[in-house]
Every structure is written in C-alpha cells, then in structure tokens.
Design a protein. Structure first.
Length: 500
C-alpha cells in the first residue's frame, strides 16, 4: 500500500489540497479550528510530497504521470521537470507556512462565520496554483489558473473593508479579460496543431512558426499573461487588491500568485513555443526588456510616493515583476537563472514583509507609515524580521534578494547589455528610499507626544504569527548565504528551458 501511495504522489500532491477544500465546509462549518487543522495538515502533506517530487526530478529526471494510465493526448498528465518541481515546492511551502500564521490574523480581520469558508477558498486557491504548475495539458493549465483566480477574487472580497469589494471587482474584470486572451490563444493553438498536450505542442509548433494562427496565439498569450503577472503598464488591478484584502490574502497573493503567472509565461515562451520562436520570429524579448526596465523604475518610484505600507509593498511588487521578466528577456542561461531565482526570492521576502504588516495590523490596526514610530521597541522580533526582509528587497549581500540581482547583472553582461546594470542599481537605490522611511520611523524617530502615539498599546506578535515570520526572515539569510542548492536547481531549469 505504501509503495502504491509513493508511486501516485505526483497525482496526489494537488488532489489532497483540492479534497481538503471540499471537506472544510462540510466538517468545519461550526468549528473554524477544525477547518484550520484540516487545511494545515493537507498543506503540510502536500509540501512533503512536493519535496519528494523535487528530489526525484533532480536525481532521476523528468516525471510524467498519466491519470488512469491513459496515454496523452487522450489522457491527462502531470509533468514535473526542474522548473515545475521547483515552483511546486515553493507554492506548497508558502501555502503551508501562511496557514500556520493565518489563524490569529483571520480571527481579528474576518467575521467568525466566514472563517471556515475562507479556509476552503484558500485551499482551492493553493490547489489551483499547484495544478497550474503540475499539469502537462495547456487547457487544464487554463482551468487551474481560473480556479485559483476565482478563489482569489473571493479571498480579497471576504474582509470587512468596503474598499475590498471594489478591489476584488477590478481584479475580476481584468482577470476575466486576461483569461479570455489566454483561452483564445489556446483555441488558436488547437486550431493549428490539433493537440493541447504541452510536450506535443513543443514538437509540432517549430514546423509552423510562420503561421499567422500561431503568431496570433502567441500575441494573445503574451497580453493575457502580462495582465496576470501585473507587468507594467497592465498592473492596475494589483495595488488595491493587495492593500484592501485581509492580511492573509495579501501575504499569499503577493508571495505566489504573480509568481505562478510568471511560471506560466516562462513555460509558454520556452517550452510551448521554444526559445527559437522568440529569437527568430517575433522578437518579443525586446518588448519585455523595455517593459521590465520601466517597471523596475516606475514601480519603485510609485512605492516611494505611498503612505500606506500595504500599498507601498504592492507597488514594489510591480518593480520586482520587472526583475523576473528582465531575466526572461535576456535569453541566456545566467539571466534566466536569475529570473527563476527571483521567483523564489520575491516569494520568500515579500511573504515575510506582509506577515510583519499583518502582525502590526493584529496588534495596532495601523497601516500608515508615519504611525510606525517606536515599533522597534514595542515589537522587536517582528521588526527585526521586517528589517531582514527589507535588506533582502534592497539586494544586500548575504540575503536571498542579492542572489537573483547578481545573476541578472551577470546575465546582462553576458548578453552585451551593460546598460541594464545601472537600471538594476537605480531600482535598488529607490528601494532603499522607500524602505528606509519605514526603518527610520521604526527605530530612530521619537514620538512628539507619547499620549498621542497610536502604537502605545503595541506589543510583540503572538508566537503563532511570529514564528512563521521569523522562519521566512531566516530563510532570507540562509538561502542568500548558502545559495548553492536553489541556484543549482534554477540553473538546471534554465538549461532545460533554453535547450542547452
């Protein structure tokens, strides 16, 4: 029996999360604690399975799992290569650790009768994202993407703030437009090839690269996925979605939602169409290069202009998406390694920063940057975690944020684009600008009138929130100092994608 379970882990890794999403409303309706427990157990098991899959892929090679032993394209398959196994592990880990953190935060920010349903939606969201990464069928990729998106709309709107409804509605409209573009692209690909299996598409498409149907399909994919990842200037849904959603929703969406969108963009560009298509037919990488540079600068400038910490971190995410697409645009192993590493980096450090914000909201209810005066003394461990996350965002050496930027810098030199390096430097300096304001208020400014200080009743975050936050802060240092393992996986993934 154990051998049979191990053999079917590639199929169970997503299924267990979806089953938990179905069970939670049934057994945890009157007991949110039970709903939380089911979600945590399922997420933990899924994370362990993801680690197993990653280990198998890196030691023995690609995994192709056929459901019901039906051979594709007649049957559905999951495919795990270094990239998908890497991102799957990241999604399952973040999904698990955010759940550990979530219990206290949700009790403070969501009406009690909605908490159980929040956990069900959360698991559906995580399951959708994991399905996107796992599937080897491009139509099922769309289905899982929409499962995650629909759950995401609800996760934003479920909070008590009225602004969350409008933020969710905006995300719904733009997300639906993006989904329509992606679905049209899939339809055109099927029209041209007669298959939806990603491996089959990769074999057939090189013979018909010049087909107008293929060119139109690629255009629809590019625009739809650019909306999904909030690539400038298609980012309008993101700031309010992150700002007005409950803290737990902000954490998980900022950490992995756009990163899975970036995964899909990489998968479509390099696996479905192939690097030769971008280099010799459409030259879309030149467009991505310009948009990436603009996003890195404009996102950081807009972050400086914000006074709400959630909105500041939201605009910084737009800049970070620019780093990821920059690595794609460089079209070399080093640059793409930096892009894949930045998917990991940004997920870890942005989850850490938003967890700190959630802890501050839990203890004080404040999000205005100017009200953070004195929090360094009131919440020392929480603020220490924030400081580490902030240094990683800036790209300080020995933090995980430095690793991705370093590889992007090397990739720029390798591509002969030395002029990109000053842009990376300026974007990092702008990050110093918007993050230093916070650190200055937290550690160095003194309140003018203690009786008017909004943080006067603040105290350290509960352990259930503090421990996951500190774990992520520690990972920012560990993965930056001992970066060999994630870099080796990212580099292998880049070589497979570029077909070296």
């Amino acid at each position: 029996m154990i051998a049979n379970i191990i053999e079917n882990i590639p199929g169970l890794v997503v299924l267990i999360v979806i089953i938990a999403a179905s069970l939670i409303p049934l057994v945890g309706k009157s007991r949110p604690v039970l709903a939380w427990g089911i979600a945590v157990i399922a997420a933990f098991l899924s994370f362990i399975m993801s680690l197993y899959i990653l280990n198998v892929v890196m030691t023995t090679g690609k995994i192709r799992y056929w459901f019901g032993n039906w051979e594709p394209p007649w049957g559905i398959e999951y495919v795990f290569d270094p990239l998908s196994a890497f991102v799957l592990t990241l999604v399952s880990f973040v999904g698990f650790i955010v759940l550990v953190y979530a219990k206290k935060s949700l009790e403070a920010e969501i009406d009690p009768e909605r908490i159980t349903y929040f956990y069900a939606l959360y698991m559906l969201f995580i399951g959708g994202l994991m399905g996107v990464v796992a599937t080897g069928d491009i139509f099922n990729l769309y289905v899982f993407l929409e499962i995650a998106a629909i759950a995401g709309y609800a996760l934003i709107a479920v909070g008590r703030r009225r602004e969350a409804l409008m933020a969710s509605f905006t995300y719904l409209i733009l997300g639906t437009i993006a989904a329509a573009f992606i679905l049209i692209g899939i339809g055109y690909l099927y029209m041209a090839t007669g298959t939806l299996n990603i491996i089959d598409l990769a074999v057939i498409l090189p013979e018909i690269y010049q087909s107008k149907v293929v060119l139109i399909a690629f255009a629809f994919f590019t625009v739809g996925l650019s909306i999904k990842i909030a690539l400038f200037p298609l980012h309008n849904w993101l700031p309010n979605a992150y700002t007005y959603a409950p803290s737990v929703t902000s954490i998980v969406m900022a950490a992995i939602a756009t990163k899975v969108g970036a995964y899909v963009l990489i998968r479509v560009m390099f696996t479905v169409f192939g690097p030769e298509f971008e280099l010799t037919v459409v030259h879309v990488t030149e467009v991505f290069l310009v948009l990436s540079v603009v996003a890195m600068i404009i996102g950081s400038v807009l972050a400086i202009a914000q006074t709400d910490i959630k909105k500041m971190l939201a605009y910084s995410s737009i800049a970070q998406v620019g780093y990821i697409t920059l690595g794609i645009a460089l079209m070399n192993v080093t640059g793409l390694t930096g892009s894949i590493m930045h998917i990991l980096n940004h997920a870890i450090m942005k989850a850490c920063l938003f967890m700190v914000v959630g802890a501050i909201v839990y203890r004080t209810g404040i999000t205005h940057i100017h009200d953070f005066v004195g929090l360094g003394k009131k919440m020392p461990y929480t603020m220490a975690a924030f400081t580490i996350g902030a240094l990683s965002m800036i790209g300080m050496p020995l933090t995980v944020g430095f690793v991705g930027k370093w590889y992007l810098t090397l990739g720029s030199l390798e591509a002969g684009m030395w002029y990109i390096i000053p842009v990376i430097l300026v974007s990092s300096l702008l990050a110093v600008g918007y993050l230093w304001r916070l650190l200055d208020n937290i550690y160095f400014k003194q309140p003018e009138n203690a009786s008017e200080l909004k943080t006067v009743k603040a105290k350290e975050a509960p352990l259930a929130m503090l421990i996951p936050t500190c774990v992520l802060a520690l990972l920012c240092i560990v993965l930056g100092t001992f970066a060999y393992l994630p870099i080796s996986i990212a580099e292998e993934a880049a070589k497979v994608l570029l077909r070296y």
